[in-house]
Design a protein. Structure first.
Length: 234
């Protein structure tokens, strides 16, 4: 029996290492969003450079964790909860990498457009949405760290709030462009930024749904909030 216990300990350690690596990658991505939003507000090109430099870290982490998961499957043939954990990691990696891509898009806009809340169209709303999606991602990563699904419904509700903000920003910017054609270029830039933030919210919601799948064994993609709440608490 001792060899089996020894093997189990090594397997558990490998799973914990992978989880720590995912959380570290998530932390880098979270700060990419923060830096991009702050660069957009202040025009600080050093923050833009930070976002772009961190992209290389995110991409490297994705490849390394992906390979670790592949090796784990090949060598250990995980089943049940452990297999769901590995599948959750695979999917989470994709969403985190895409969040980093959206942060990069915002940083590119920030490089050429310096906005102020008192003058730029929808600037204040953009910053509020940025704060919301950072909160969503942090909550999702915390759920992954704790392996707790109870907070997932709140992340879904926040995603609905982000969607409503996006619609409001779009209406506001369209009005600006109709009333003053001189704002068209800046307004289009802000629409791209708002869409990137909306997508980041979607990715954070996805991660929270993967946590439910890992813990509860229930696929809650494309279902109602009520169904997600029931699955999270079951």
């Amino acid at each position: 029996m001792q060899p089996a216990a020894h093997t189990s300990k090594h397997f558990d350690a490998a799973l914990e290492t992978i989880r720590a690596q995912v959380l570290e990658m998530g932390g880098v991505v979270e700060y990419q969003i923060r830096y991009a939003a702050e660069a957009l507000r202040t025009g600080d090109t050093a923050l833009v450079d930070r976002v772009l430099a961190d992209e290389a870290r995110v991409n490297l982490a994705e490849r390394e964790i992906d390979e670790a998961c592949t090796q784990l499957i090949a060598r250990r043939a995980p089943a049940a909860n452990d297999l769901r954990f590995v599948m959750m990691v695979y999917k989470t990696l994709t969403d985190l990498e895409r969040i980093g891509d959206e942060a990069k898009k915002i940083a590119f806009v920030a490089r050429t457009l310096r906005i102020r809340e008192r003058s730029a169209p929808a600037a204040a709303q953009i910053q509020r949405v940025a704060a919301l999606v950072v909160d969503m991602l942090r909550r999702a990563l915390d759920a992954l760290a704790r392996l707790e699904s109870e907070g997932a419904p709140e992340i879904v509700r926040l995603d609905e709030e982000v969607d409503e903000h996006f619609k409001g920003i779009l209406r506001q910017l369209l009005t600006y462009m109709i009333e003053d054609p001189r704002t068209i270029s800046r307004s289009i830039d802000m629409i791209f930024v708002a869409k990137s933030l909306e997508r980041i919210g979607d990715h954070a919601k996805n991660i929270s749904e993967y946590v439910i799948y890992m813990i509860k064994g229930k696929d809650v993609r494309h279902v109602s909030l009520a169904e997600i709440e029931a699955a999270a608490k079951s």
